[in-house]
Design a binder for this molecule. Structure first.
Ligand code: C2E
Ligand code: CA
Ligand code: CA
Length: 424
């Protein structure tokens, strides 16, 4: 009994470790360990009671037994953690395939009284002897790989040597980012948009910067994905919005009443139930005129839950906020989106502007987007304009606005004020 899990009758952790030693001693050359943990298993216990939880685990255990061969083993380590050792799977593709089979079996819907529910799992994979010379190193590494998969929303992760380094770095950065707002390490930079036919600058894009003490200023491309994964994008996004609302209120009253600021909004923010309420309260708190605001979203936002997103975008429009579709041309660039959603503007992705020269493939694409936009009465901004030649070509193509290093890099508020506002 010391070797068996009482509930599922699977071998327990102690037996698993012993079996591993037996395999090593039998001179088996290579084998793989898969380690998995059920996601949100606690939900079953909490909402249906422990009896349901137990039945669920027994059901899983039975399915897992069917997936292992006579020389392999599946063990229950603790609550909702299972470990497998596979002996005859030699190449990585085979072991990955096995892992997918296991995860798929776990995800099959399960019925309990008239309720149907579904549980997912995350897994890690290690190979002996490549990923560790003994069982304790292997179990530590497989746990790390599993944890990495969970954190990064992957089904499974195969352990690699640099995983622990990367992961520790990621966790440290995540921790530091959590404190960044409080420690005043975040700053909003502004990049101007030039209106081509008037030569005026009426709009700017707010771009977040983080002065990370360990590395200096780092690009949002490096930490926004991390902020999205950890949910930190919610407080950070609110901070950015509050900051830019204050700034635009101040600037539009002292310099130019028509001035607008574009703020990047992540899909995670829009998905929040409270998103519209948060926007409303920031507007109220800062006293900004919502007509001064544009929200930049990407096409991926429109795909989450189209009806819900549509309702939210309509609410933003009612408030007077303009909606701009960012990075246009890189995603599905679907016409039906443009018709269905209340979009005011398109921003053509930098990748199409980069290689813009007289009459090449990119010029054709930009022309097509501009034609399309004109028909739909959308304003178009070209991103990433770095040369006068690009500017001239875009002017000829009748693009509305341009943004890019040719006009200015993103710069701190004080500098923006000096460069672009005092001169008016
Ligand atoms: P994005 O919205 O596409 O922003 C434009 C990016 O292109 C910015 O990078 C900008 O600095 C860069 N850029 C502008 N002109 C040029 C140019 O002429 N040449 C080149 N090579 N690059 C140019 P940045 O500031 O590093 O921001 C990267 C991305 O991070 C942004 O891409 C945006 O998706 C995201 N981001 C930035 N701030 C925020 C924020 O406050 N909230 C959210 N959710 N995302 C943000
Ligand atoms: Ca943007
Ligand atoms: Ca963009």
């Amino acid at each position: 009994m010391a070797y068996q899990d009482y509930l599922t009758e699977l071998p327990n952790r102690a037996r698993f470790i012993e079996y591993f030693e037996e395999l090593v001693n039998k001179d088996k050359k290579t084998f793989s360990i898969i380690y998995l943990d059920l996601d949100r298993f606690k939900l079953i216990n909490d909402s249906f009671g422990h009896d349901a939880g137990d039945k669920f685990l027994k059901n899983i255990a039975a399915k897992m037994k069917d997936l292992v061969g006579p020389e392999d083993m599946v063990a229950r380590f603790s609550g909702d953690e299972f470990a497998f050792v596979f002996v005859d799977l030699e190449d990585l593709e085979q072991i990955k395939q096995k892992c997918r089979e296991i995860l798929k079996a776990i995800e099959e819907p399960w019925e309990y009284f008239d309720q149907e529910f579904q549980i997912k799992a995350s897994a890690g994979i290690v190979n002996y002897p490549d990923d560790g010379e003994n069982i304790s190193i292997l179990l530590r590494n497989v746990d790390l790989a599993m944890y990495y998969a969970k954190e990064n929303d992957l089904d499974f992760k195969v352990f690699t040597d640099n995983l622990s380094e990367n992961f520790i770095e990621q966790l440290t950065m995540e921790n530091d980012l959590r404190m960044a707002v409080e420690k005043n390490e975040l700053e909003v930079y502004y990049q101007p948009l030039l209106t081509l036919d008037t030569g005026k600058i009426n709009t700017m894009e707010a771009l977040l910067r983080w002065e990370y003490p360990k590395q200096g200023f780092i690009s949002p491309a490096q930490f926004i994905p991390l902020a999205e994964k950890s949910g930190l994008i919610i407080p950070i996004g609110k901070w950015v919005l509050r900051q830019t609302c204050q700034q635009i209120k101040e600037w539009s009253s002292s310099y130019n009443k028509e001035m607008r600021v574009a703020v990047n909004i992540s899909s995670i923010q829009i998905e929040q139930l409270k998103f519209i309420d948060d926007v409303r309260s920031i507007i109220k708190e800062t006293g900004v005129d919502p007509c001064r605001l544009e929200f930049e979203i990407t096409e991926s936002v429109l795909m989450i839950e189209p009806e819900l997103v549509l309702a939210k975008l309509n609410k933003l429009k009612e408030l007077g906020i303009k909606i701009s579709l960012d990075d246009f041309g890189t995603g599905y660039s679907s016409l039906s989106y443009l018709k269905k959603f209340p979009i005011d503007k398109l921003k053509i992705d930098r990748s199409f502007i980069m290689d813009l020269t007289v009459d090449n493939y990119e010029t054709g694409i930009v022309k097509a987007i501009l034609d399309l936009a004109k028909n739909m009465e959308l304003t178009v901004t070209a991103e990433g304009v770095e040369t006068l030649a690009q500017l001239n070509l875009l002017k000829k193509l009748k693009c509305d606005k341009i943004q890019g290093y040719y006009i200015s890099r993103p710069i701190p508020a004080a500098e923006f004020e000096q460069e672009f506002l005092k001169k008016e």
